[in-house]
Design a protein around this ligand. Structure first.
Ligand code: NAP
Length: 339
């Protein structure tokens, strides 16, 4: 076995943010690296994921994932190379997907590692299009929203990791119209010209309500909500009878310090017989084989496209996370440690 590294840098949460996270809320710390114990792997992380849900984990509140602990490394999706193994079935040089991101080297229990094949897809794709965000799009559209051919679909956060896949999946499966909203004119152009949305608008250019009405003159049947706030209210107004909303995320309110007001038009849910249903990707693991088969096929045929915004260097990890919350990413935001 070649010599193991002596130390690893990792991002710790050191204070709970109030509103937008600040540089003082986190610290990049150097810690010693030990050889892995029985049943463990030492993994050199090559890419790790920064995701909007991590903002919620910075708060000390009970939720579907436990909060980050103060003065401990933050965690989340990562892919890396095994550099030492004390676990049967894993060899040095294997690539694995696991949950101990935000650090250069990870001591991973082998039972929490999944081998991935770097010859089938770039390793970072296992964090996005072939990973958690891709499955969220697939499960949220097909299972939760009960999408069917001919539906008119509106997706917010449409140039992001989840949203970009939702819109394209709907198009591939025969949506009558796919409408997206995003936060810049460049993103809007990308949605139409690259991802094949029928139309899209920049929510910063005017009222979401008015822009959605103009984009969907015949109404919408499915709304995939990544944003909440004015987007959800506008979707409720534009819904046709028996519309279905997948409530996936509400990024517009993640840094709010006061509870945001709800949609003012909830009474429409009755007359239109709407269904608003939350999705948690972790509930849909059973879809994984079908998801991988479909998405791999669509990627091979060129029907499905994806983008990544890659930030290089562990020292830039926290800025990458803030950039994600500010909309600096197109497609999946990835932190790469390959240089
Ligand atoms: P993403 O869309 O790749 O990145 C976040 C995007 O949100 C930014 O690029 C930004 O794009 C947009 N944004 C930020 N503030 C906004 C605001 N005030 N109003 C409208 N848009 C805003 O992130 P993702 O990983 O794909 O996640 C998308 C959503 O799905 C998030 O809400 C996340 O929490 C949720 N999610 C849920 C699950 C689940 O299991 N329920 C799993 C994965 C993700 P613009 O430039 O367009 O503003």
């Amino acid at each position: 076995m070649s010599a193991l590294p002596e130390s690893s840098r990792e991002w710790h949460l050191v204070a709970r943010p109030h509103g937008w996270p600040k540089p003082e809320d986190v610290a990049l710390r150097e810690v010693p690296v030990a050889a892995p114990g029985e049943g463990h792997l030492l993994v050199r992380n090559l890419h790790f994921s920064v995701d909007p849900y991590m903002r919620g984990r910075m708060n000390d509140v009970k939720s579907y994932v436990p909060p980050f602990q103060l003065d401990k490394p933050m965690d989340g999706g990562a892919v890396g190379e095994v550099i030492a193994s004390e676990a049967e079935g894993f060899e040095v040089g294997d690539h694995v997907l696991h949950g101990l991101g935000w650090r250069e080297y990870a001591d991973v229990p082998a039972k929490h590692a999944t081998k991935v094949d770097a010859s089938l897809a770039p390793l970072s794709a296992y964090l996005g299009v072939l990973g958690m965000t891709g499955l969220t799009a697939y499960a949220g559209l097909f299972e939760v929203a009960s999408f069917k051919e001919g539906d008119a679909v509106f997706v917010s956060g449409a140039a992001g990791a989840v949203g970009s896949q939702v819109g394209q999946m709907a198009r591939i499966k025969g949506a009558s119209r796919v409408i997206g909203s995003a936060g810049s004119d460049e993103k809007v152009k990308l949605l139409v010209e690259e991802y094949g949305f029928d139309t899209a608008f920049n929510y910063k250019n005017g009222s979401v309500h008015e822009q959605l009405k103009a984009a969907a003159p015949d109404g919408i049947d499915v709304y995939f909500d990544n944003v909440g706030g004015d987007h959800l209210e506008a979707a409720i107004s534009s819904f046709n009878v028996h519309g279905r909303a997948t409530i996936c995320g509400m990024i517009a309110v993640y840094n709010d310090t006061e509870p945001a007001p709800g949609p003012r038009n909830m009474a429409m849910v009755i007359g239109k017989r709407l269904r608003l249903q939350g999705v948690l990707v972790s509930d849909h693991a059973a879809l994984q084989p079908q998801f991988v088969q479909d998405v791999a096929g669509w990627l091979r045929s060129g029907e499905l496209k994806y983008d990544e915004t890659v930030v290089e260097g562990i020292e830039n990890g926290f800025d990458a996370f803030l950039g994600l919350l500010r909309g600096e990413n197109t497609g999946k935001m990835i932190v790469s440690l390959t240089r």
